[in-house]
Design a binder for this molecule. Structure first.
Ligand code: TYD
Length: 209
């Protein structure tokens, strides 16, 4: 059996990464790959409860509480879905993962990045992505795409978005082998062309196909 693969999709709100993830799923399935799509926060039942608190809490969620909730969701997600799926030889496509915590809770909210790295490592226990695609979007285009229907995280404003974007760029610089950046200001098809090339490179590298 082929070894499974783990690919994560990252970017600030409004980057269009979820649209691209779905296009990658179709592309892989058309080529016969057994693929599963998942997301953070809230892929599983328990995670949906956490997601509800994170995105729609009426009570103020403290920064530390937010951090632990994202991490708690991740720990459960890795152990019960991501890791077993990779072991079954599937290609796992995950909408957001560890880099979101570093970009949002670290660079944007100001939590200690070393601490977050350590906590992420505890949560994922070695399940590091084979490839992370970073959809880099300018703040102006992201705001247009988000429109008026904002959740708690999306309502944090333009400065917050800029910090998130910058955080992702720093992450990419620090992990150039794993994290590949795509210009997400372009239209859907152009972004997909770039994205598809990255996927094809990975398939070539891992499976020789
Ligand atoms: P979601 O509706 O899933 O947004 P998107 O389609 O942009 O992924 O909301 C997830 C929000 O949670 C998003 O604003 C990013 C944020 N988030 C963090 O702040 N830290 C994390 O570790 C994760 C996984 C997400």
């Amino acid at each position: 059996m082929k070894k499974g693969l783990f690919i994560t999709f990252e970017g600030a709100d409004g980057s269009g990464k979820t649209t691209q993830l779905n296009k990658v799923k179709s592309f892989l399935e058309q080529n016969g790959y057994n693929t599963i799509v998942t997301r953070e926060p809230g892929a599983l039942k328990l995670g949906q409860k956490i997601r509800e608190i994170l995105l729609h809490s009426e009570e103020k969620v403290s920064d530390k509480c937010e951090m632990f909730l994202f991490l708690a969701d991740r720990a459960q997600h890795v152990e019960t879905l991501i890791k077993p799926s990779i072991e079954q030889g599937k290609i796992v496509l995950c909408d957001r993962y560890t880099d979101s915590t570093i970009a949002y809770q670290g660079y944007a909210r100001g939590q200690d990045i070393n601490l977050l790295n350590n906590l992420n490592n505890i949560a994922i226990n070695g399940t590091v992505p084979d490839l992370t695609i970073l959809f880099d979007v300018s703040t102006e285009i992201a705001q247009e795409r988000i429109g008026n229907e904002k959740d708690r995280m999306e309502s944090t404003g333009i400065e917050f978005h800029k910090k998130v974007r910058n955080g992702y760029k720093e992450l990419q610089k620090a992990n150039p082998e794993r994290i590949k950046c795509v210009n997400a200001d372009n239209d859907i098809e152009k972004v997909f062309e770039e994205t598809k090339k990255l996927i094809q490179c990975l398939l070539q590298e891992k499976y020789g196909e």
